[in-house]
Write a protein that binds this ligand. Structure first.
Ligand SMILES: *Cc1c(COP(=O)(O)O)cnc(C)c1O
Length: 405
């Protein structure tokens, strides 16, 4: 055996990805400022210059989450690790946990509760509907010993937003801690962690924060920190135990826990600086404006929304596929002919809806116009009667009638 017998037989060289326009359910397009920040020299994760940047990262995250919580930092890993981190720390075997399910991600929360040895009490709502707070109250009345209420603020599988403020109030009334998923909402629609009295929150870097995937911003209230400190049984994960992570992210004398992904963190820092420069409200308003323009364009094609206007997410547009159209072929042609990605439906919605993301850096006028134009071409190619030019025109009209403040 020579070393060469293990060498790949095929010719392999540097990977150059094509330039796409990412208008799916995430990742969104990474902003060039973020990419260039990530290309800067790697520092040691205990370097004092790096730890200064970490402090700024923490205060910027407090701004986007709208919280004063000291324990606010990005976990090394995708949004799913933020989710696991909340459950593994806050659910002790035998605990009753109310989980609201109105899409894919609520289902994953149930899975997390079970794996932590907890007992899920499931509040079910239809896909495309928001969580019904009355059902949360009813189940808590029947289960006064429940410990935690968990729900998804912005359900990416359906494009629906739930009433976090009301759910937060109900959970507090029944003495429960709350876990809220803001992977898709953060940066795109209002999130007020403290005002809504939410105890644990997690997000992801690749949706409305314009970063590549791989980081999960989280924040925990003092109540959670106290609860975890007082657990008699050790947290069932070494990596995610907040007691141990506090030594690295929580104090100014950093002790080694794991090697933080330094360059990725430069990227998140830069993306948060961009939101800080733009202003949170203006970022929310931008997402709303681009959503409205897209909607105006889609209307000319007779394409309607899955979710009621009152609960619709501007950053995740779930729309009905027109009757008789091969939705997969449309997505394939958008990708092949226009290098543009949109998302398919999941679960019961598979084959029936498209999910058009206008998240973070992807939420901009050029993308709305480009997508509508591309969609008109693709539908025409597939034999659908289209009044060419009407959709981008309607979007343009919306922009013209609604200039930014
Ligand atoms: C994308 C997403 C996640 C999972 O994030 P990953 O980075 O893919 O692990 C969790 N919850 C919601 C609502 C999401 O949209």
């Amino acid at each position: 055996m020579t070393t060469d017998s293990f060498r790949p037989k095929e010719k392999i060289s540097t990977f150059y990805p094509p330039q796409r326009t990412l208008l799916g359910p995430g990742p969104s397009d990474t902003h060039p400022r973020v990419l260039s920040a990530m290309a800067r020299p790697t520092l040691g994760h205990l370097d004092p210059v790096f730890t200064e940047m970490m402090e700024e990262l923490k205060s910027l995250l407090r701004y986007v989450f709208q919280t004063k919580n000291l324990l606010t930092f990005p976990v090394s890993g995708p949004g799913s690790i933020g989710m696991e981190m909340c459950f593994v720390n806050m659910v002790v075997p035998g605990d009753k946990v109310v989980v609201c399910r109105n899409g894919v991600f609520g289902g994953r929360m149930i899975e997390n509760v079970e794996r932590c040895g907890g007992i899920p009490l499931v509040v079910e709502d239809k896909w495309g509907d928001p969580v019904d707070p009355q059902k949360v109250e009813d189940i808590l009345k029947k289960n006064p010993d429940a410990k935690v209420v968990a729900f998804v603020h912005a359900e990416t599988s359906t494009g629906v937003q739930s009433d976090a403020k009301t759910i937060g109030q109900i959970a507090r009334k029944y003495n429960c801690l709350t876990i809220m998923d803001t992977v898709t909402s953060l940066g795109g629609t209002p999130v007020y962690m403290d005002e809504w009295d939410i105890d644990a929150i997690y997000s992801g870097s690749q949706k409305c924060l314009s970063c590549p995937p791989g980081l999960s911003p989280i924040s925990f209230s003092e109540r959670v920190v106290d609860m975890v400190k007082n657990r008699t049984e050790k947290v069932h994960s070494w990596f995610m135990d907040i007691n141990l992570l506090l030594g690295y992210w929580g104090s100014t004398t950093r002790t080694y826990h794991h090697t933080a992904p330094t360059n990725s963190l430069y990227g998140l820092h830069e993306s948060l600086v961009m939101i800080y420069e733009e202003g949170l409200e203006r970022s929310w308003a931008r997402h709303q404006r681009n959503h409205e323009a897209l909607k105006a364009g889609l209307e000319t094609l007779g394409i309607g929304y899955v979710v009621d206007a009152a609960y619709r997410l501007p950053q995740l547009n779930s729309v009905h596929v027109p009757a008789g159209v091969d939705e997969k072929e449309v997505r394939r042609k958008l990708l092949n002919d226009f290098s543009l990605e949109i998302g398919a439906g999941l679960g019961d919605f598979a084959g029936k809806i498209w999910r058009i993301g206008l998240m973070g850096n992807s939420s901009k006028l050029e993308n709305v116009i480009f997508f509508l134009e591309a969609l008109e071409h693709v539908l025409t190619d597939l034999g659908v009667q289209v009044n060419k030019g009407a959709a981008p025109s309607a979007a343009h009209q919306y922009y013209a009638n609604n200039p930014t403040a």
